[in-house]
Ligand binder design. Structure first.
Ligand code: PEP
Length: 257
């Protein structure tokens, strides 16, 4: 039994304006009443324009969750139109910043060099990066899924101190399972999450490998979460579509009950 606290993080993507986001967190506050949030950490990752609203609800004591941004600028400040810095997220009380989600890699050409700079920017601002890695269908079919995913991992964590590396969260999200309803089998998830932990052991140390939470993401629902969470190296889930419904997301968070 690992000492890592599971993390269930809901990525809202580009859904819900601030009023809809407020309604969701208020409903989530009710829905989470039966969930032991000391045993499982719950987080939401809303669009930037909703974060202030989530912060207000959390600070008013309406729900015991953490929150974060869906992206982070690699720069601290300045002439970078459209970007949001780590310091700005930290000032909103954010804990997390997603880095290298496959949609950012696909639509915004985020390379390993960029994800690495963003991971470092998150740590510099006192945030915890959730580094997303995972293979497209082609690599899976060619049997190259582990190799491909570990290359993304190695690029993303390059140059980190062991102290920072021990705090990072890695989300293994096979691209073919994101938003498709096609969930990886628990064995598929375990294979790659274990390989990620093994790679961290070699890149840093056994202590770092044991400390890092490795999440699975890709069509997670209340009906499949318990089976996936039953695997030794899976420490939580990054949830897209199913995090937009308070009851469903609370059921995912309460998978143990
Ligand atoms: C995601 O966006 O990170 C994700 C896993 O989406 P979904 O749960 O909808 O597949």
């Amino acid at each position: 039994m690992s000492s890592r606290t599971p993390l269930m993080a809901g990525n809202w993507k580009m859904n819900l304006d601030w009023k809809q986001g407020l309604a969701l967190v208020e409903d989530l506050g009710d829905a989470l009443k039966d969930v032991d949030t000391d045993a499982v950490e719950v987080a939401v990752i809303p669009p930037f324009v909703d974060i202030r609203t989530v912060q207000t609800a959390v600070e008013a004591g309406k729900l015991p969750i953490a929150y974060g941004g869906q992206d982070i600028s690699e720069h601290e400040s300045g002439a970078y139109t459209g970007e949001t810095s780590g310091q700005m997220l930290a000032a909103l009380g954010a804990t997390y910043a997603l880095v290298g989600h496959s949609e950012r890699r696909q639509y915004h050409a985020e390379t390993e060099q960029i994800t690495n700079a963003k991971v470092k920017a998150a740590f510099a601002a006192g945030l915890v990066p959730i580094l997303c890695v995972g293979e497209p269908l082609e690599e899976r079919k060619a049997g190259k899924h582990v190799e491909y995913t570990l290359a993304q991992l190695e690029g993303g964590v390059e140059g980190l101190s062991a102290e920072d590396a021990a705090k990072i969260v890695i989300a293994y999200e096979p691209v073919w399972a994101i938003g498709t309803g096609e969930v990886a089998t628990p064995e598929d998830a375990q294979e790659v999450c274990a390989a990620i932990r093994e790679a961290l052991r070699g890149l840093f140390s056994p202590e770092v490998a044991d400390a890092v939470r490795v999440l699975y993401g890709g069509s997670v629902k209340s009906s499949n979460v318990a089976e996936i969470m039953g695997k030794e190296d899976v420490d939580g889930a990054l949830v897209g579509g199913a995090s937009l419904k308070a009851d469903e997301f609370a059921k995912i968070a309460g998978y143990q009950s």
